[in-house]
Ligand binder design. Structure first.
Ligand code: AHR
Length: 495
């Protein structure tokens, strides 16, 4: 099978916002406790953070982290997680007990140590604009008021200065505490946004969009919410999780088709509201939860066990899952003109690229690698590469290209091609016309592929799947040639 593309710096999609490489930490399972935070761990920092995990986060290249949920935030009292008194509370979202040992200021310390920007989510499920405003005043006001002085009394003299806030989480979902209609949510989100901006005018705010593109309210939810919030927010959120169903690997590998459709639909809806309201600014998309996810573990009818930090949603990803993660990254990059925030959900243990054992090691899942590649080399300008590719049929997504690709030009002129071969049974012969870009040399080429598409990394074999060199890549007379292995994620860097 063959595929081709053209790399011409004259044709650009847009500049990549570094926030595209965000992730997500929720008080869920072991994402916080024995994930990022474990004071007794041999590698623990003075703040109780896991040093081994912080090092892997740096290697992963995460730029921003959304916190503290997720479904959890829709029942959360942020006051429980600051100061001396840390009440143990039931978390009805995940049927667990939250000790509140880790809270807002611990998270902000984590963000500082890990070098990531915090993205704060507020509770608009069981709470409202008043509590959101108080939280904001606690976080961002310098001092001299009850809330800001309360922060200072907790040893945090300087304001946190958190700039990006999510107005609730998945409030279109019947599973959400405080689930709302689009009208109800649109009103409360607009009022929360207004009162927050009156407190701190510089904030960037994210309104909740749909929990996935199959929601019965998809499309109309965004339209109604934006009619209420357009003037007060900057972003609308998108969430999407994908899984292989009944061994239909071809459909699974084409999951990005759904993400494309999701993004196109939300952009169209937001622009429709823009026209209707005669607004000039464009709403940007915050794809603040995306990943592959199998273990849903949310049986609300089951008897709750009320455990502290149990093992929940601990998916162990395969090579196939990693290739899908790479393909979803390609889609986010291809839409970087409108998707300016994205969060791989989640960061550690809970559907995470990083896994840990309490008291033991931390290691990289297969999905770690495409994210690390994209976060490292997907900086600069995304180019419009107009690929042409052999195709195949899928049950879920119709006829799709075998090649899924994008290219990013860095400031120094280097171009990185990210390329997925969706064929499980054959290599893809890739050629690219690189004359216009004046590229003549292969700076590096790697591939993530395996004879066994179900291969995974585990505690016992943490390096079973890792990238290797992509051999035989050439640039000759302005033409790039490469052979992409079956079912693979590839990174080709040209200078
Ligand atoms: O990331 C896991 C869960 O997925 C989040 O809590 C929720 O927002 C979404 O449904």
């Amino acid at each position: 099978a063959t595929a081709s593309l053209t790399i011409d710096p004259a044709f650009e999609v847009g500049e990549v916002n570094p926030r595209l490489f965000g992730s997500f930490v929720e008080h869920l399972g072991r994402c916080v406790y024995s994930g990022i935070y474990e004071p007794d761990h041999p590698t623990a920092t003075p703040d109780g953070l896991r040093g081994d995990v912080v090092a892997l986060i740096a290697e992963l290249g995460v730029t921003a982290v959304r916190y503290p949920g997720g479904n959890f935030v829709s029942g959360y009292r942020w006051e429980d997680g600051v100061g001396e008194q840390r009440p143990r509370r039931l978390d009805p979202a995940w049927s667990t007990v939250e000790t509140n040992e880790f809270g807002l200021n611990e998270f902000m310390r984590f963000a500082e140590v890990a070098g990531v920007e915090p993205i704060m989510a507020i509770n608009l499920g069981t709470r409202g604009p008043q509590e959101a405003r108080e939280l904001l005043e606690y976080c961002n006001h310098p001092g001299g008021t009850a809330w800001s002085d309360w922060r200072r009394s907790h040893g945090v003299e300087q304001p946190h200065g958190i700039g990006l806030w999510c107005l609730g989480n998945e409030l279109d979902g019947p599973w959400q505490m405080g689930h709302k209609t689009a009208e109800e949510y649109g009103r409360v989100a607009a009022e929360a946004a207004r009162v927050m901006r009156m407190t701190d005018p510089g904030l960037r705010l994210v309104a909740c969009g749909s929990s996935n593109s199959s929601m019965p309210t998809f499309g109309s939810w965004e339209a109604t919410v934006l009619e209420h919030t357009y003037r007060h927010v900057d972003h609308i959120s998108c969430h999407a999780y994908y899984e292989e169903v009944d061994g239909d690997v071809d459909s699974f590998l084409a999951s990005a088709q759904d993400m494309e459709h999701f993004i196109d639909s939300v952009v169209a809806t937001a622009d429709h509201v823009r026209a209707k309201l005669r607004q000039s600014k464009r709403i940007e998309l915050s794809f603040d939860e995306w990943n592959v996810w199998y273990r849903r573990q949310r049986d609300l009818d089951a008897e709750p066990k009320w455990e502290v930090a149990p093992r929940l949603l601990e998916d162990n990803y395969t090579l196939t899952d990693a290739v899908v993660v790479g393909s979803l990254l390609v889609t986010l990059l291809r839409h970087c003109d409108r998707v300016t925030v994205a969060c791989l959900a989640q960061l550690v243990n809970v559907i995470g690229p990083i896994m840990t054992e309490p008291g033991g090691p931390a290691w990289r899942q297969t999905s770690f690698y495409p994210f690390a590649d994209a976060a490292r080399h997907g900086r600069g300008r995304v180019l419009r590469v107009e690929p042409r590719s052999a195709q195949h049929d899928t049950a879920e997504h119709g006829t799709v290209d075998l090649l899924h690709t994008t290219a990013v030009q860095a400031e120094d002129g280097t171009v990185t091609v990210f390329a997925v071969n969706r064929a499980t049974d054959r290599p893809l012969e890739l050629t690219a016309d690189v004359r216009a870009a004046g590229l003549g040399r292969v700076v590096g080429a790697s591939t993530l592929a395996d004879q066994d598409r179900h291969a995974r990394n585990t505690r016992e074999a943490p390096d079973r799947v890792r990238p290797g060199p992509l051999e035989g890549v050439t640039v000759d007379g302005g033409s790039l040639s490469a052979t992409l292995p079956p079912l693979s994620w590839n990174v080709i860097r040209l200078g």
